[in-house]
Design a protein around this ligand. Structure first.
Ligand code: 5GP
Length: 114
């Protein structure tokens, strides 16, 4: 099976500004930032989307969220806050079929989203 776009970023086949990486996840700046800080954190395992995750992925998904909070803190977002977003499927606005959590911060974000 061919690699996903985000697998290719993790493999350094496509350049990206990587801000954090460990054995299980990788975080890099979004190419089309929607906020002063906009980072994507992805599991290295190419789960297509949260709806396709299995019970076996529970540790990985917990790790992803904990690391998202760590990355947000590392990028200076802890004090003023930030938003974590996971888009799922076409109505959810998903465009890249490799699970990813957006970390958005650095400005006041509106609610509800559009
Ligand atoms: P989605 O719409 O699937 O939730 O989010 C996909 C995100 O991936 C978008 O915010 C988009 O800007 C970002 N993206 C798409 N292609 C690339 C790329 O080649 N490099 C980086 N760093 N981000 C990308």
């Amino acid at each position: 099976m061919s690699k996903t776009l985000f697998e290719r970023i993790v493999a350094r086949e496509i350049p990206a500004q990587i801000v954090f990486e460990d054995d299980f996840v990788c975080a890099f700046r979004d190419i089309n930032a929607q906020a002063p800080t906009h980072v994507l954190i992805v599991p290295k395992k190419p789960i297509p989307r949260i709806a396709e995750a299995s019970p076996d992925d529970h540790k990985l998904l917990g790790h992803l969220l904990l690391k998202a909070a760590e990355v947000a803190a590392k990028l200076g977002l802890k004090e003023n806050g930030y938003r974590l977003v996971i888009n799922n499927g076409s109505d959810g606005g998903e465009t890249v079929p490799h699970l990813h959590c957006h970390i958005l911060g650095g400005r006041h974000l509106q609610w509800p989203p559009g």
